[in-house]
Write a protein that binds this ligand. Structure first.
Ligand code: GLV
Length: 317
């Protein structure tokens, strides 16, 4: 059997994939184009892909032997799952293993934006630190503040755990109540509007779906406190980026910490890069060596199971 892997992945994943198939790996640092990928999947039985690869009906039609698409990520909005299902192709992802690493990053962004860490770093490097002074780089307290978590799933729950260590009060909005978060961290389920109006920090942990696209737009930003900080480690399109830029410039909210963007990679010329009250990261939520290795292992296990016609350890469809 043959498998195509759309980028170099940790060795541990390759070793597992090799037990079931002949593997070929896209050698580029940048993702293959649609056409390049289409050419390479023509006779493969399995595909291990990343969130940078659009796996849609057209691509699937170029791969008549394909039985399994294994995504090295928890989010899979780049994959047309219905199109895979319609063709009898199994889809897998890598949930669970990245939960705490991503929650760590969300909290790091929250702290960095609140306490203005990147600004401080820039000031030191640029020779702008002349003396200690009372309001120099004064930011916002995280401890005892109100945190609003939109999407209390696995990652949201772990962010709530971190928040409880900072004695924050946790509000959350979700279609499903999370009794465990309520019990363990005193999290309180509220409406989206109540969350936006009452939180000092708002952090997003929803998948990207039609219903969550631009979940945070002009109206929602206007509901937030002018002192509030927005953190996004989910998917860029959950936030209307233009509306956010305007809100940051006009002081509708105080600051933001962003790991994801509507179009990635974010251009170095993007107007957001001109603002001091936003912390920008290049989509590294799950990027610890240990977690990326575990993700590669699960993605390879999904792939091998799919090739063997067995149930995937982490199925999407
Ligand atoms: C990364 O963004 C993931 O979904 O795993």
């Amino acid at each position: 059997m043959k498998v195509y892997i759309t980028r170099e992945i940790p060795e541990e994943g390759l070793t597992i994939a090799q037990t079931a198939a002949e593997i070929e790996v896209w050698p580029g640092e940048l993702p293959p184009t649609r056409e390049q990928l289409a050419e390479r999947v023509r006779d493969v039985d399995g595909l291990l892909c990343l969130l940078t690869d659009a796996i849609d009906g057209w691509l699937l039609d170029q791969a008549p032997k394909l039985r399994v698409v294994s995504q090295l990520a928890v989010g899979y909005d780049n994959i047309d799952v219905a199109a895979c299902t319609a063709r009898g192709i199994k889809v897998g992802n890598t949930p669970g293993v990245l939960t705490e690493t991503t929650a760590d990053l969300a909290f790091a962004l929250l702290l960095a934006a609140a306490r203005r860490l990147p600004e401080g770093d820039r000031v030191v490097r640029n020779g702008g630190w002349h003396t200690w002074s009372p309001l120099f780089l004064a930011g916002r307290d995280v401890h005892h503040a109100v945190l609003g978590i939109i999407g209390m799933g696995r990652i949201g729950y772990e962010v709530a755990r971190r928040a409880s260590g900072f004695q924050m009060q946790v509000l959350y909005a979700d279609a499903q109540p999370n009794a465990q978060a309520e019990r363990d961290f005193g999290a309180r389920l509220v409406t989206m509007d109540a969350l936006l109006e009452n939180s000092d920090f708002v952090t997003l942990h929803t998948p990207l779906l039609p219903a969550t696209t631009h979940l945070i737009g002009e109206r929602e930003l206007a509901l937030m406190k002018p002192t509030a900080v927005l953190v996004n480690t989910s998917r860029g399109p959950v936030v209307d980026q233009r509306a956010l830029y305007k809100a940051l410039v006009e002081g509708t909210i105080a600051a933001a910490g962003l790991d994801v963007f509507e179009h990635e990679p974010l251009s170095a010329n993007d107007p957001l890069t001109q603002l001091d009250n936003v912390v920008l990261l290049p989509h590294i939520g799950s990027a610890s060596i240990a977690t990326r290795t575990r993700m590669a292992v699960i993605a390879a296990e999904n792939l091998v199971a799919g090739l063997r016609g067995e149930p995937l350890p982490c199925p999407v469809n």
